[in-house]
Design a protein around this ligand. Sequence first.
Ligand code: PLP
Length: 437
Amino acid sequence: MTHLTNDELFDRARRAIPGGVNSPVRAFGSVGGTPRFLVSARGPYVTDAEGREYVDLVAGWGPAILGHADPRVVEAVQDAAGRGLSFGASTPAETELAELVEQRVGPVERLRLVSTGTEATMSAIRLARGFTGRDLLVKFAGHYHGHSDGLLAEAGSGLATFALPGSAGVPAEIAALTLVIPYNDLDAVRAVFAEHGDRIAAVIVEAAAANMGVVPPLPGFNRALVELAHAHGALVISDEVLTGFRVSAAGWWGLEAPFEAAAYTPDLMTFGKVIGGGMPVAALGGRADILDRLAPLGPVYQAGTLSGNPVAVAAGVATLRAADASVYARLDEASVIVADAVSAALAAEGVAHAVQHAGSLFSFLFGESVAGGARDYATVQRQESWRYPPFFHAMLDAGVSLPPSVFEAWFVTAAHDDAAIARIVDALPAAARAAAA
Ligand code: PLP
């Protein structure tokens, strides 16, 4: 245990690590202040280096559906670690994980394991290009699919224009292979296919958007997207890195599959977060005839020293096995209780807002102009985002850890029991007052 404060640890980290963090949002850039340096986590709680405990609504950015350090997962990891950390060879557990996914998620006939969501989407795009023999990719403004070059592309002006680099270091020629269009806008989808249809390899889409805050697809949007893409010989990559195994046992696809008007079958799907139970596992899956184009069977190269790592896979298998109907019922219940409590507290202070849900994922939009909700990125950006930092810090001061950006989803776990929720509810009036100021 360190005896340094969070401030001292951040100073030290900034001398050793760019910005003091290994992923930008952790630096508290959009809320200000000093990030908490965490030393342990259990159930719905995380503890920082100063010994303060917080109710956690980040859940490791998604993986911890069972709660932190669930004994079944920790035991599986310890057991696997005792048998060797990394073999670089096939293991029985990898097949078990693939089978667990294939049993749950109908469109997944084959699954290839990788280590991060970024790798999964990057590989899925290469596979789509290799399969179709086309180069262009369509993505939606505000959707995040990881940090590979072609996905860090920003919309140019106007509909269906070629994208501009969204980061220094991304060559304009690479960004120009991505077309960025507004979400939930089928006219924009039609327009992009009308203009570039025979050159589009794939459309990549978050199954339900949750990286600009939560913005669910309009009913039937995913289905119509698949139909339009297929009419032009293009594939659909449904990115379930965030929603997969979190919003239901079969992810977002599983929530829409029972409804004929909404049911859809993507060609490729990507997973991360929950599939690794907090360890580095991610995956791409989908139609067997497409997945079988990957090396060693086919000409599309994809590989990884740590792919299917036995310790990481053990965490994923244990998590998926433990995630039964009662887990999803509790996630749904806890998310509604927390979201309703936040909404009531904001309303009591006269803060205009909207709450948006996608299954058990939710987030808030602040301000009168967005109080009717948002269906796309342009609308999300119009909110009074300056109301969030004071709200965030009032919650943090009261011992509740929220995502450090208004543009992130909130995550509950099945371990968020009545006591944890009561602590959140107690903290809300002061936070709502701070947001109102
Ligand atoms: N796709 C989606 C929908 C995500 O939410 C994320 C990460 O948040 C990624 C891809 C990238 O995953 P990773 O951070 O594991 O590279």
